[in-house]
Write a protein that binds this ligand. Structure first.
Ligand code: HEM
Length: 390
């Protein structure tokens, strides 16, 4: 993991220039306060697609899934205000904490079903396949109002979208085109279905919502579908996986949580701080400016390393320590400022439910090996993670 390297780089230069062999280079921003200041100033530090977007590579050149598909509207994560706020408000009503609280009993039943399967396996099993991957997908299926039997498709599409550097997920451009085509067909069908008959789910709100005074277009619906799919699933899966790794490495913290379950909300925050499921997001300087005295040229790329900010010693005492009693300033796993994650309140509930169930039903479960990592500097992810019940 890059945490020691981030600490070393931050000590040497908290705003660190990185040349790129296949690009123009970028500023690595490694400090909590700098990341916060940049995130709160979208006029100066843009996320807009036209300026390069939110990824290290230029989204306006590569397009969604590397295909530059014009069927997909700009993802609202890749817009700036005022347009960004109008887009963002189309999904917020569907992501209220009350919605996920109302789903609690069903989510508990989903977890119980997954744990029943695990309880029948003797010996090692894959924590990702059996627990960390299916649970966020089942939660998303509930939010989307689609059948649970669709989760394998959602999983494959989501993996393909974030897997640009992982040859096991991006096998060929032709295969990616087919995958993306299937996903767009599925989402487009749901758009028509929800337009024809409103249901109580987030896709219904979106399909029947308005944007800039007119109805949401199919292209905007498709873009937001992708954003919600990847934004909720890759992140939650890896938060759960990293959390269980952290408890395996720190058995005293697992014992403590068992003894004091009221620590769960703090434990979830500490899991998110230490795991930073999204390593970074990118911004582009819209004018010559400076950050804490460091001159930044117009059009320069800046990469905000949340994984570094979350372990900034200026903000978190003994930052490399996993401590579920820590009650310090808010972590930045959800980003901060203008684009703060829209799922941030909601997602803590399912993560807490999962760890609560693990504590109660499988307290001796532990991670038994290093697993297989997703090849990515964007998503801090696992593809496989071996576990055993004792
Ligand atoms: C552990 C779980 C999660 C993590 C770590 C996470 C992380 C993040 C981060 C770092 C950003 C900031 C983007 C930026 O600064 O440019 C973000 C934005 C976003 N997230 Fe999440 N996320 C999580 C869960 C979710 C869930 C459950 C949903 C939806 C159901 C979601 C949907 C989104 C969307 C739509 C945005 C874009 C917000 C905007 O541009 O205004 N995320 N997320």
């Amino acid at each position: 993991m890059p945490y020691a390297l981030f600490a070393e780089l931050r000590k040497a230069a908290p705003r660190h220039w990185n040349p790129e062999s296949d690009g123009v280079g970028f500023w690595s921003v490694l400090g909590y306060e700098d990341i916060t200041a940049i995130s709160k100033d979208p006029q100066t530090f843009s996320s807009a697609d036209a300026n390069g977007g939110h990824r290290i590579f230029n989204e306006n050149e590569r397009g969604v899934g590397d295909l530059g598909s014009s069927a997909i509207g700009v993802l609202f994560i890749s817009t700036d205000p005022p347009r960004h706020r109008a887009y963002r408000s189309t999904v917020l009503p569907g992501l209220k904490l009350t919605r996920v609280r109302a789903m609690t009993e069903r989510l508990k039943a989903r977890i119980a079903g997954l744990l029943d399967t695990v309880a029948e396996i003797s010996g090692e099993f894959d924590f990702i396949e059996h627990l960390a991957a299916p649970f966020p997908l089942l939660t998303l299926a509930e939010l989307f109002g689609v059948p649970a039997s669709d989760i394998d498709k959602l999983y494959a599409w989501s993996n393909a979208l974030v897997g640009e550097d992982d040859p096991t997920l991006r096998i060929s451009p032709a295969q990616m085109a087919e995958t993306l085509g299937d996903m767009l067909g599925y989402a487009s069908y749901l758009f028509d279905l929800r337009r024809a008959a409103l249901q109580d789910d987030i896709l219904s709100l979106l399909a029947n919502g308005t944007l800039a005074g007119g109805p949401i277009s199919r292209a905007n619906f498709l873009g937001t579908f992708i954003l919600l799919l990847v934004g909720s699933n890759e992140t939650t899966r890896n938060a759960i996986a990293h959390g269980r790794v952290a408890f395996t490495e720190n058995p005293d913290q697992w014992r403590l949580l068992g003894e004091q379950p009221a620590l769960m909300p703090l434990a979830v925050r500490e899991i998110l701080r230490c795991s930073s499921p999204v390593f970074h997001m990118r911004r582009t300087a819209m004018r010559d400016t400076e950050i804490n005295g460091q001159p930044i040229k117009q059009a320069a790329k800046l990469v905000l390393w949340y994984a570094a900010g979350n372990r900034d010693e200026a903000v978190f005492s003994d930052p490399q320590r996993f401590d579920i009693t820590r009650n310090q300033r808010l972590h930045m796993a959800f980003g901060t400022g203008e684009h703060t994650c829209v799922g941030n309140r909601l997602v803590e509930v399912p993560i807490a439910l999962m760890f609560d169930a693990l504590l109660t039903r499988l307290p001796t479960l532990r991670i038994t090996g290093a697993g297989r990592r997703l090849l990515s500097n964007f998503i801090n992810g696992y593809l496989q993670l071996p576990a055993a019940r004792a």
